[in-house]
Design a protein around this ligand. Structure first.
Ligand code: NI
Length: 195
């Protein structure tokens, strides 16, 4: 089932999310719905707050980053073609490496893309969908996607990383999104339109 994606301006995107337990109701179905929603919206990651749930869960599939044919192999894309994962109760244990900037977007903030500086490597512990515990290192695009989605479960959006001038420049667009004055190819939920 495709779920509506919560738009910028909803307090659910600014809240800290909570860990879940193994008996969380209908978790498999929820994860399936999140993948369906993400693919439909052509995203590479989706966090639970974006569908209105403040729980520490996000999914990723970085394979669209692997679709650059005929170009020099991009070291940041190593392994990205098979980077499809579920992260439950994740903890970023460590961020390291060089800071690099990349133009990020977000399904909750359509049509806004800005450069965000982040460190190149992460060490993250998490449970997968079968509740196996992992501690794994990621770098390049994979790390970038994890950092972005992890921010979501901490109540942080990529726009929060922008400097005051950049923020000011996109303020009007953000206001339009919050007010539902935008069109998207996927279904969204606008906090201000709730009655
Ligand atoms: Ni996002």
């Amino acid at each position: 089932m495709i779920l509506p994606i919560v738009a910028y301006g909803d307090p659910v995107l600014k809240k800290d999310s909570e860990d879940i337990s193994k008996d969380y109701p209908a978790l498999d179905q929820l994860i399936e719905n999140m993948f369906e929603t993400m693919y439909h919206a052509k995203g590479v990651g989706l966090a639970a707050p974006q569908i209105g749930l403040n729980i520490r869960l996000f999914i990723v599939d970085g394979s669209p980053f692997a679709d650059e044919e005929g170009e020099e192999p991009d070291p940041r894309a190593v392994g990205i073609e098979s980077f499809k994962k579920v992260f439950i109760n994740p903890v970023i244990e460590e961020e390291s490496g060089e800071i690099w900037s990349f133009q990020e977007g977000c399904l909750s903030i359509p049509k806004v893309r800005e450069n965000v500086p982040r460190k190149s490597d992460v060490l993250v512990s998490y449970y997968d969908a079968e509740w196996n515990l992992h501690e794994e290192r990621f770098s390049g695009y994979a790390a970038r996607i994890i950092q972005h989605e992890y921010d979501h479960i901490e109540g942080v959006l990529f726009t929060d990383h922008l400097n005051p001038l950049k923020k000011k420049l996109i303020q009007k667009k953000l206001k339009q999104i919050a007010e539902g004055a935008i069109t998207t190819d996927y279904k969204m939920k606008f906090h201000k339109l709730k009655r």
